[in-house]
Write a protein that binds this ligand. Structure first.
Ligand code: AMP
Ligand code: ZN
Length: 115
């Protein structure tokens, strides 16, 4: 992948974005079209199309991404109030960008299951 994947292009620095965190495996950017006062996207640097494209070998990476979401939530001041981590997967799951990412949403009361 790479050239045609918008998130790979962001990770490579070819498209500007607001990067709030990165390490050797993960990048966190602010969503360009925020659905809440805080809306961040946690993604691996390696291209993986979706959660459905992971396997047990990705267990450590997926755990790392969740931990990154927790730490960024903390640094964004969301831990006390609460927040949501959501992973849209595939066509019927509402996934538009085919590079796995965890939405981190907070800063307002999120209603219902997916408010
Ligand atoms: P999903 O529907 O789960 O694939 O979510 C894709 C998300 O990526 C949406 O919330 C978009 O607003 C966001 N997005 C798309 N392009 C960019 C970009 N260039 N920079 C930041 N966020 C983006
Ligand atoms: Zn990609």
């Amino acid at each position: 992948m790479g050239e045609e994947c918008i998130f790979c292009r962001i990770i490579a620095g070819k498209i500007p974005s607001d990067v709030v965190y990165q390490d050797d495996r993960a990048v966190v950017i602010r969503d360009i079209n925020p659905q809440a006062p805080k809306h961040l996207l946690v993604m691996p640097k390696d291209h993986i199309s979706s959660l459905a494209h992971t396997d047990p070998g990705h267990k450590e990476l997926l755990g790392h991404l969740i931990g990154v979401a927790r730490e960024v939530a903390r640094s964004e001041g969301l831990s006390e109030r609460g927040y949501r981590v959501a992973v849209n997967t595939g066509r019927e799951g509402g996934q538009l960008v085919p590079h796995i990412h965890f939405h981190l949403l907070g800063g307002r009361k999120l209603s219902g299951a997916l408010g």
